[in-house]
Design a protein around this ligand. Structure first.
Ligand SMILES: Nc1ncnc2c1ncn2[C@@H]1O[C@H](COP(=O)(O)OP(=O)(O)OP(=O)(O)O)[C@@H](O)[C@H]1O
Ligand SMILES: [Mg+2]
Length: 236
């Protein structure tokens, strides 16, 4: 079943059109990538979904039109956004950040179990549980941002450049944990990533954006085999 479906989505910043026909779909329990050069509109696409900017076209989640909803409403129906630049609360500790992620939940036992699960998934966070988020390394902050989003128990996770600024080995670790989270939780994911090699370790299919428009969509295995994709995104 399709969980999220974008059809001909458009968006503007002031008078400037930056999305001009983005179409993609994320199946239930699936993970889909968005590839594209700097400025192609990847972040804007996620912001259109999460209600941070107004969009045209159609955005449907679980069969329902969500275009025009406010960010808190979009979060409330089960879409969690891990923005570019991470979005953790620097003045709060790791544990407090995880609790804030669960603020709409009432199941205290479930929240405690999910915090334990996050710390097992990202053992570095357990060592830093009482540290302020602002004192964490870039990799640790990225782990916390993902864990915090998971604490809301979303049905769909929007991930924006989770590897940005991380050493290659750290980025690989973060992606391996996200992959484990995906398998164990069944959460669907829409994954923006400049590093296509990393994205392809996580996603089943991907859409390529060029200047605000979807130009190509296919299963990961097929995209990996295409010369144009290899040259543009895979370093050869
Ligand atoms: N707040 C803003 N105001 C005006 N223009 C913006 C704003 N944010 C982004 N843009 C422009 O919109 C276009 C799409 O930007 P977007 O951030 O979606 O690209 P991106 O694909 O995420 O790029 P990157 O890989 O660099 O993160 C770019 O031309 C960018 O300069
Ligand atoms: Mg971006």
């Amino acid at each position: 079943m399709t969980l999220l479906e974008l059809t001909d989505v458009t968006a503007f910043y002031g008078p400037v059109q930056v999305l001009d026909g983005v179409s993609l779909s994320v199946p239930e329990a699936g993970a889909v990538g968005i590839l594209g050069a700097n400025g192609a509109g990847k972040t804007t696409t996620l912001r259109a979904i999460s209600g941070a900017i107004r969009a045209g076209g159609s955005i449907r989640f679980d069969g329902r039109d969500i275009r025009g909803m406010r960010p808190d409403q979009v979060a409330g129906i089960g879409i969690a956004h891990v923005p570019e630049g991470r979005g953790t609360l620097g003045d709060l500790t790791v544990r407090e950040n995880l609790r804030v992620g669960a603020y709409t939940r009432k199941d205290r036992k479930g929240i405690a179990a999910d915090i334990d699960y996050c710390l097992e998934l990202f053992p570095q966070l357990e060592e830093r549980i009482r540290s302020n988020a602002s004192a964490l390394s870039g990799g640790e902050q990225q782990m916390l941002a993902v864990a915090r989003a998971f604490m809301a128990r979303p049905r769909l996770l929007l991930l924006d450049e989770a590897s940005l600024g991380l050493a290659p080995s750290t980025a690989k670790n973060v992606y391996a944990s996200i992959q484990r989270l995906r398998v164990e939780s069944g959460i669907s994911m829409l994954v923006v990533e400049q590093n296509a090699n990393l994205a392809f370790t996580l996603v089943d299919s991907a859409t390529v954006l060029e200047t605000g428009r979807s130009v190509l969509t296919g299963p990961t295995a097929e995209l990996k085999g295409m010369d144009a994709i290899r040259r543009a995104y895979l370093g050869g």
